[in-house]
Design a protein around this ligand. Structure first.
Ligand code: FSO
Ligand code: SF4
Length: 436
């Protein structure tokens, strides 16, 4: 890490040592750089902890990651670290620890449910009583599927639960019937119309409206005042509630989504992919996904994918996939152009695919025709951003808004050191990436 990466004075008031180390927010009404870098580290740690929590639901943990969390939190105390470069190192270490954590969670998922296989998922509803599950906990979904198997109740997924349909150990349940809605922020609208019971298993659960508050349940760390809480994976209260509620109609949706592309599935196609690249039929790979932000700025990602030439492949993941996963991108000689590898924590699958391609082509990842175009919010997304930076991946595009902790100095470092780009217009960015 270059020693002069940060100005050694307060970027706001130009005071020297005091300004650099300032952790007194609000004194001047401005945000000192140390405080922003502390925020970055805290966001990344929060993200890692979310994945660690889900890994622990399967009984796995890692002492090196736990030790890092201690030192990372410690580093955010006042008067313990005044060196911004140390915080950058902590950011990169957090990224490396998040890679370890995502890998541990993926292995736990595979051990419990087998490796995902490409699976078509129906939207719309099936006649009968129903429960919809949102969040990230596949352990919770499995327990619910087991406990509701004989109940006659159909189970639907929402948002980051969609990838569950690809796991053999979950798709075997006949009453896992489909997926409703899109990214996390459509909950209020979707759940108000859904007549059955609702389960929130992780973050990105929204405060319910009175339309569905009494039909909603939370579990684990998730909690909402006035909403019943499930303890110890005992879903009886949720199942009993669903039995009392009105049923859903038989109403298939227009969209059929495909998920479940595992590392093994993609790597089984490695030779074919190599031939298609060598023959010029595949020119570029994009990873388009991340945590979706509500609002029209996110339309960038759909437009971006719509405008891509037909000799490109798009790998997608996390809830940002809903901007694009209803598009019919067709295939290139039998290789689907849209490949959904799963939840945000399955970024590890995209990383492993990129590493495998790097071996197949005998080139560093940065020299491969792969570009990451990511939509990022906070917490888990910050942990993932630092994971990608810790691998020294260059030339990523991020947007549609900058994380709150980034200021001009931090952005400059990210641009200079990692060639990070902020998204502009889809046409312009595609032109720049493909050097057209
Ligand atoms: Fe999205 Fe939420 Fe999963 Fe994030 S549902 S927004 S911070 O949790 O990571 O992809
Ligand atoms: Fe600079 Fe504000 Fe900190 Fe004073 S309080 S050193 S002006 S950031």
């Amino acid at each position: 890490m270059a020693e002069q990466s940060f100005k050694m004075f307060c970027y706001q008031c130009s005071q020297t040592a005091k300004g650099t180390g300032c952790t007194i927010r609000g004194v001047c009404g401005k945000e000192p750089i140390i405080a922003r870098l502390q925020d970055n580290l805290l966001y990344a740690i929060k993200g890692i902890c979310a994945y660690l929590y889900h890994a622990r639901e399967f009984g796995v943990h890692d002492s090196e990651v736990d030790a890092f969390l201690e030192s990372g939190f410690f580093a955010t105390l006042t008067n313990v670290n005044f060196d911004p470069n140390r915080f950058l190192e902590f950011g990169l270490k957090a990224g490396a620890m998040n890679i370890k954590t995502m890998m541990m969670l993926k292995q736990a998922h595979i051990k419990a449910f087998g490796e995902p296989v490409p699976t078509k998922v129906q939207s719309g509803t099936v006649k009968g009583k129903g429960i919809i599950v949102t969040g990230h906990s596949l352990k919770a979904l499995e327990e619910l599927l087991k406990q509701s198997e004989e109940s006659g109740i159909n189970i639907y997924t929402h948002s980051e639960m969609l990838p569950a349909h690809g796991y053999p150990g979950l798709k075997k349940y006949k009453h896992l019937v489909g997926n409703l809605g899109k990214a996390w922020y459509d909950q209020k609208q979707l759940f108000a119309k859904f007549p059955g019971a609702i389960l929130g298993t992780s973050n990105c659960v929204l405060l319910p409206t009175s339309d569905y508050q009494d039909r909603m349940f939370t579990m684990g760390v998730t909690g909402i005042p006035g909403v019943k809480h499930i303890n110890e994976f005992d879903f009886k209260p949720l199942i009993d509630k669903a039995k009392l509620l009105p049923g859903l109609e038989d109403k298939p949706g227009d969209v059929v989504l495909t998920t479940g592309f595992s590392k093994s599935v993609v790597l089984s196609l490695a030779d074919k992919i190599k031939n298609l690249v060598v023959s010029g039929k595949i020119k570029h790979f994009f990873v388009v996904g991340g945590c979706d932000t509500p609002g029209p700025k996110g339309n960038y990602y759909r437009r971006f994918v719509e405008l891509l030439p037909k000799d490109t492949i798009v790998i997608t993941l996390a809830c940002g996939k809903y901007r694009i996963n209803d598009l019919d991108l067709a295939e290139i000689d039998g290789i689907p152009r849209l490949i959904d590898v799963g939840q945000c924590n399955d970024t590890i699958v995209a990383i492993e695919i990129a590493q495998a391609l790097s071996q197949v082509f005998n080139k560093p990842i940065n020299d491969l025709p792969i570009t990451l175009v990511l939509t990022w919010m906070e917490q888990k997304a910050v942990a993932i951003l630092w994971s990608l930076l810790s691998l020294e991946l260059k030339g990523m595009y991020v947007g549609p808004i900058l994380p709150g902790w980034v200021n001009e100095d931090i952005l400059k470092i990210l641009i200079d050191k990692f060639d990070l780009h902020l998204i502009s217009e889809p046409e312009q960015d595609i032109k720049q990436i493909l050097k057209q």
